[in-house]
Ligand binder design. Sequence first.
Ligand SMILES: Cc1cc2nc3c(=O)[nH]c(=O)nc-3n(C[C@H](O)[C@H](O)[C@H](O)COP(=O)(O)OP(=O)(O)OC[C@H]3O[C@@H](n4cnc5c(N)ncnc54)[C@H](O)[C@@H]3O)c2cc1C
Length: 404
Amino acid sequence: MNYDYDAIVIGGGPAGSTFSRVAAKNGMNVLIIDKRREIGVPVRCGEGLGARELVKEGLEIPRSAYSTEILGAKVVAPNGKEIIWKDEETKGYMLERKFFDKWLCELAVDGGAKVLTYTRAVDIIKDNGKVGGVRVVHGAEEPYEIRAPMVVSAEGMEAHIARKMGFDTVHKPYDVDTCYQYEMKPYEHENLIELYFGNDIAPRGYVWIFPKADKKANVGLGIGGNVLNGTKRGGMKGSDPKTLLDNFIENNSQLKDASRLEDFGGVISVGSPLNEFVKDNFMVIGTAAKQVDPIHGGGIALAMESGMMAGQVVADAYSKKDYSSKNLKPYENEWKEGPGKKVHKRLLLRKVVEKLNDDDLNYIFSQISDQDLNKVMKSNFAPAVAKVVAGRPQLVKVLSALIS
Ligand SMILES: Cc1cc2nc3c(=O)[nH]c(=O)nc-3n(C[C@H](O)[C@H](O)[C@H](O)COP(=O)(O)OP(=O)(O)OC[C@H]3O[C@@H](n4cnc5c(N)ncnc54)[C@H](O)[C@@H]3O)c2cc1C
């Protein structure tokens, strides 16, 4: 069989670029295709990333790829009580994703990968039932074929080709957050990520204010897909994320007079990852595989981690010239044993938190410290649960799911 490449990667986001960097460094001839005209543009992201994630990858972020550094987090209860949490764990970067994604992609190119933008994968090619490449369209031109024995879906939320390959990439409304975000200026901040909770503010979700340089901030809101357009709440016009966000802004003394420099809506997976990630000659990585943190909808770090694991496993399969699912399975196993366990604990936490009303949330915020919060975010729930249940035993039924 004559192939054009050893592997074709659909999607030049953090997952696809990281995969390609690793595979190309291991000698593979890799092609990334992306339907966007420019890698990283348009941006549909809050742009927050924990610093330790990059350290884990052994990468030093260039100054152009981030707007400012994050020093910590401020979490605000429905009644306004704040918990400020600042330590090594909460340090991070506010990315400029248009430059960050392009930088990651350029690293792959520097390692030997090739990139084609404005090129959409429209179908998978099969030779006698075996994956042999993808059919693509460049702009509005006629479709053509690019052949490779290995195809990787790093398509993000759409995951159209992965779905064609039989992966369950459809999302139920309950398993997504629908979001709206503005980039706003001026906003005086202390380089903290600010998160605001409350069922009237953001039912089954929260408002985020992420600090950017030059008194700018990404101000966004995400709510559960299942509460979208639900009952009118608190005299508001409706429960769509934009209306709720506008309402929050109107009631915020700083933001109500600030300008909006950019706005967008988006949807992110906050449910269970796919049950399987590989088939013969095909795999799914990053958000396409629903590898997203169900608590905050962060998916950049998980996408990069998945790209690293998958890239190494495919490089091993390449050395054996055998991309059967048996040889690709170590990626799936490694992910499930590592980040997958953390994601499942976060999903459990999400399902518990969404059962709490504002009064419960206010009580919890009055009892726990930043250190308890730190432990909760590391899936060590017991200390916080013990404190809360001691004063509010009626919550034992809901919270016991976290420690059973
Ligand atoms: C409102 C919102 C806010 C968010 N905020 C944060 C945050 O602050 N921090 C964080 O960590 N995460 C955040 N996320 C999630 C984060 O953006 C994603 O999880 C992350 O980008 C996943 O990376 P990826 O490489 O898997 O997919 P993506 O970055 O989505 O990349 C997929 C790429 O595939 C391309 N593509 C898709 N289909 C095709 C096709 N058929 N042919 C060719 N190309 C194709 C797309 O053009 C895209 O470039 C947010 C998401 C949303 C919606």
